[in-house]
Ligand binder design. Structure first.
Ligand code: ADP
Ligand code: ZN
Ligand code: ZN
Length: 676
């Protein structure tokens, strides 16, 4: 085949579910290959695309094909296994291949910068060989206990692809198992890919890795500069970095010689991208490991029901670490029945008393509440009016903020606190309910000599603020820490001996079917923050439903018992992991357009669905209007994943042709994690 009749199938970063054909560039110093970037004419300008295939001809007549402008790489930037993985992800999540590839590339390379970007600036050999570094290691690794050794041997002896679930409470030594396995993988010249939820939120994991391996780690997360990111990505690709540690999108990092994939906190919802290309990094990692023929290790104190179900089905192998490694006792969990009790800023008398005792002993107290702001409701006592957001079907939340006290937590709108009711002009506006600011205020009044630190999205908005707050918290002084789930994640706070959950009921009656699972995970994670060897921890959980079966299973018998009960509920309700879902969402400024589009989509799906797939809806979203747009959704449910995929394959092209499709923004979410 002569070069000038060669057709390049190019993925271009555009929201179109197809590739584009070009002729090879007129001047082409070396033969084009799949995985190379190429500059192409696109629309009225030019775009940087990636060659995904070479072909002898095109569906378009030859005279309509344009020549690519130039080839940007001398060798493929993405190798065949990675390119195939991205093509699989594009097909599975039904997302345009060009955008999928763009998500996998660092910004500089996406923009067409040469693939030696960063390599030149990094003269200091940036990634010294591992043996050299291990020699410099300060602290020797502890000898593994029997459970850790068994877990490690299990994974180390895996012959090719196998999924392991490492279940162990906080402090049971999971990270130590990761470190040992990584050491082994690196010693034989292979690479370990480690994914963690939000590295910025869990500096402790990174610190542990750096203590052990220092410069051998290629970091990939959003806190890096574009240059650092490109440099680390290229080091992973060249095989110079034995360890690649990153957040969600690092699942697509290039690896010259993959040996092992580890997903820490595998249950964490942040592994799922919630907009655009809605992939789940844990699920993609498992497919990647399968294709590469390597083991994958999922670690968590509170595994997702998905992973536990896979263990039950015999697909994953369970490895358990039942004891805390340093010998610390398990924290003691206790429900506080707050029915009929008077609460002070959300705190019951027994919780306040317990806090007082622990503070008096010089210990720290951690309080958890998943609601930001001062109070969720400002209501007129005369007529019941409350402040609503003008652009969302939601109430404005009251903040201590003097000038713009009312905030919408959905669209960010802010306005001043009214002096009087907007409906009856009455002057008695009451503050109802409580958020973290109000709890903070109550605690300051009650314990005037104690420092109170509030850690939530509002108090950590400024860059560096979270780090400063955590450093203060880690000082170990008697302190009260009040926060949202941000505070529950892997921070090491050894002087916390009492943890309080202010409102467990939020999770029991959430609109999302995963609400109870999340609450249970959170309770166990919060409990994991409390206590250490010499000071056992205590966890008090306020609830109006002390007899709720899921809550009592969790408190009395632990997370495994909770998960067993929750799985049974899912089975009866035909919900994941006992079925598979896809959610078609639509939104528009016009109120009727989303439902019209979804009805047409449902009609189109009818003949394809047969008995294998249930179509539920369409219905308006639980919060129908958000930021001025009306939202609706159609849910697809199937017992077998393959049936669902077959329908989506045939259905997606039809959606493009629906007349009302142009009047709405629509998107498909395969295996949705947020249902709202
Ligand atoms: P996890 O990741 O499950 O929270 P870590 O691996 O961080 O647990 O271990 C918790 C603490 O126990 C750490 O300080 C770690 O250094 C220590 N540790 C882990 N394994 C051992 C062991 N086998 N012997 C002694 N200490 C250990
Ligand atoms: Zn009123
Ligand atoms: Zn709003």
């Amino acid at each position: 085949m002569s070069r000038d009749c060669l057709v390049l199938r190019v993925a271009v970063p555009a929201p179109l579910p197809r590739w584009f054909d070009y002729l090879a560039p007129r001047a082409c110093p070396h033969p084009p290959q799949p995985g190379m970037r190429v500059k192409v004419p696109f629309g009225r300008g030019e775009a940087v695309g990636l060659i995904i295939e070479l072909a002898g001809d095109s569906a378009l007549p030859r005279e309509r094909l344009k020549h690519a402008v130039s080839l940007l790489d001398e060798e493929p930037l993405l190798d065949k296994p990675l390119l195939d993985l991205l093509r699989w992800a594009s097909a599975y999540y039904h997302h345009p291949i060009g955008e999928v590839i763009a998500a996998a590339l660092p910004g500089l390379l996406r923009a067409g910068r040469p693939a030696n970007t960063g390599a030149r600036s990094a003269s200091a050999r940036p990634f010294p060989p591992l043996e050299e570094e291990m020699g410099m290691r300060a602290a020797p690794a502890p000898a593994l206990n029997a459970a850790q050794a068994a877990a490690m041997t299990g994974v180390a002896q895996a012959d090719g692809f196998q999924v392991f679930l490492l279940q162990g409470v906080t402090g049971s030594g999971k990270t130590e198992v990761y470190l040992r396995l990584i050491e082994q993988v690196a010693a034989r010249g292979a690479q370990a890919l480690v994914l963690a939820p939000e590295i910025g939120l869990t500096p402790q994991l990174l610190a542990r890795f750096e203590q052990r391996f220092a410069a051998s780690i290629a970091l990939l997360h959003s806190g890096l500069t574009e240059r650092e990111r490109a440099r680390n990505w290229l080091a992973a690709r060249a095989g110079l970095a034995p360890i690649v540690l990153g957040t969600r999108s690092a699942v697509f990092a290039p690896l010259k010689n993959p040996g092992l994939i580890i997903i820490d906190e595998e249950h964490d919802a942040s592994f799922k991208q919630q907009d655009g290309f809605r992939y789940h990094a844990r699920d993609v990692a498992i497919v990647r490991a399968q294709r590469a023929g390597i083991p994958v290790l999922l670690g968590s104190a509170t595994p997702s029901l998905e992973s536990l179900y896979n263990v039950r089905q015999g697909r994953y192998r369970l490895l358990s670490l039942p004891e805390r490694a340093g010998g610390a006792a398990h924290p003691q969990l206790q429900l506080l029945d707050v029915r009929g009790q008077s609460l002070q800023g959300g705190l019951s008398a027994p919780l306040l008393a317990a806090a007082g005792e622990h503070l008096a002993r010089g210990e720290q107290v951690l309080l958890f509440l998943n609601r930001r702001g001062y109070a969720p409701l400002l209501m007129c006592h005369a007529c019941g009016w409350s402040a609503q957001c003008e652009r969302c079907d939601a109430r404005m939340v009251l903040y201590l903020d003097r000038t713009r006290a009312l905030h919408c937590q959905h669209c960010g709108a802010q306005r001043a606190r009214p002096e009087q009711c907007a409906a009856c002009h009455g002057g008695e506006l009451r503050v109802l309910g409580y958020g973290t600011e109000r709890v903070e205020q109550t605690l300051r009044q009650r314990f005037p000599d104690t420092e109170v630190l509030r850690i939530d999205r509002d108090s950590t908005r400024r860059k560096g603020a979270l780090g400063e707050l955590l450093t203060r918290a880690q000082s170990g002084r008697a302190q009260i820490l009040i926060g949202t789930q941000m505070l529950a994640k892997g921070h090491h706070l050894p002087n916390v001996t009492l943890a309080g959950i202010l409102n467990a009921d939020q999770g029991l009656f959430g609109a999302d079917f995963r609400a109870a699972e999340r609450m249970a995970q959170l309770i166990v994670q919060v409990a994991g923050r409390a206590g250490r060897a010499d000071k056992p921890g205590r966890v008090l959980i306020q609830t109006h439903h002390p007899a709720h079966p899921l809550l009592t299973a969790l408190i009395r018998d632990g997370y495994a018992a909770f998960a067993e009960a929750a799985l049974m509920e899912r089975e009866h309700a035909h919900l994941p992991p006992c079925s598979h879902l896809a959610l078609l969402r639509a939104e528009a400024v016009n109120r009727n357009a989303p439902l019209e589009f979804l009805h047409a989509a449902q009609t189109a799906a009818g003949p394809l669905a047969g008995n294998a797939i249930q179509l539920l809806g369409p219905v308006s979203a639980p919060m129908e209007r958000r930021a001025g747009r009306y939202r609706a959704q159609l849910l697809l449910q199937a017992v077998r994943r393959a049936d669902l995929q077959r329908l989506l394959d045939a259905w997606m092209p039809l959606l493009e042709t629906i007349k009302t499709a142009r009047k709405v923004r629509w998107s498909l979410d395969v295996d949705p994690v947020e249902m709202l």
